[in-house]
Design a protein around this ligand. Structure first.
Ligand SMILES: Nc1ncnc2c1ncn2[C@@H]1O[C@H](COP(=O)(O)OP(=O)(O)OP(=O)(O)O)[C@@H](O)[C@H]1O
Ligand SMILES: O=C(O)[C@H](O)[C@@H](O)[C@H](O)[C@H](O)CO
Length: 172
């Protein structure tokens, strides 16, 4: 989770490769109208995100049902979105915390993506950082890709999952 351009896709792909998990790009699950809206420079509303979050949740539910680890990228900007994503599922969030100026640099140099950098301020305005009681690993998203993935893998190694909740100990 994290705002657009924070590195979710890059980290998730690398982590999925390392852990051998199926990976789903959350952006590819958006209804076409949402992609068109963002591409045109308009932020999504709660109502726009609701059907998308349901599709994301259903993908996670399918993977959990199959009894395997899996990783999904999703901005999951608000607490209520995260609660919806994790409803009745053993979901562990990884929050890529990155300073706004660094995200802006990354977005400005990214090519071929539908999301315009002009939407970044609205992404940060919408972001509710995870609360203490949420199942989240806060990763140092400003670092290099390799350092971030190492951090998450080490964290997971050191904090084995609770067999009941299948979540790791809260917080980094
Ligand atoms: N740790 C990093 N260090 C430097 N550049 C990075 C890092 N992580 C990602 N990038 C670059 O920043 C840009 C945004 O990364 P990425 O597409 O993975 O972000 P994202 O959070 O998935 O974005 P979106 O939500 O908009 O799809 C890409 O060009 C990527 O190569
Ligand atoms: O919740 C949102 O506002 C959106 O999901 C965005 O964050 C994008 O999907 C995305 O990350 C594209 O770059």
């Amino acid at each position: 989770m994290g705002v657009s351009g924070t590195g979710k896709t890059s980290v998730a792909q690398a982590l999925a490769r390392r852990e051998g998990w199926p990976f789903m790009e959350g952006d590819s699950l958006h209804p076409a109208a949402n992609v068109a809206k963002m591409h045109a420079g308009h932020p999504l509303t709660d109502a726009d995100r609701a059907p998308w979050l349901k599709i994301c949740h259903d993908w996670l539910a399918k993977e959990a049902e199959a009894g395997r680890g899996a990783i999904l990228t999703c901005s999951a900007l608000k607490r209520k979105y995260r609660d919806q994503l994790a409803k009745d599922l053993p979901v562990q969030f990884i929050y890529l915390r990155v300073k706004p100026d660094i995200v802006a640099q990354r977005l400005n140099s990214r090519v071929g993506h539908f999301m315009p950098p002009s939407l970044l301020p609205s992404q940060f305005a919408t972001l509710e950082e995870p609360d203490e009681d949420e199942p989240v690993i806060v990763a140092p998203g400003d670092k290099s890709l390799e350092e971030i993935v190492d951090y998450v893998v080490n964290y997971l190694d050191k904090h084995p999952m609770d067999p009941k909740t299948r979540q790791v100990e809260n917080r980094a």
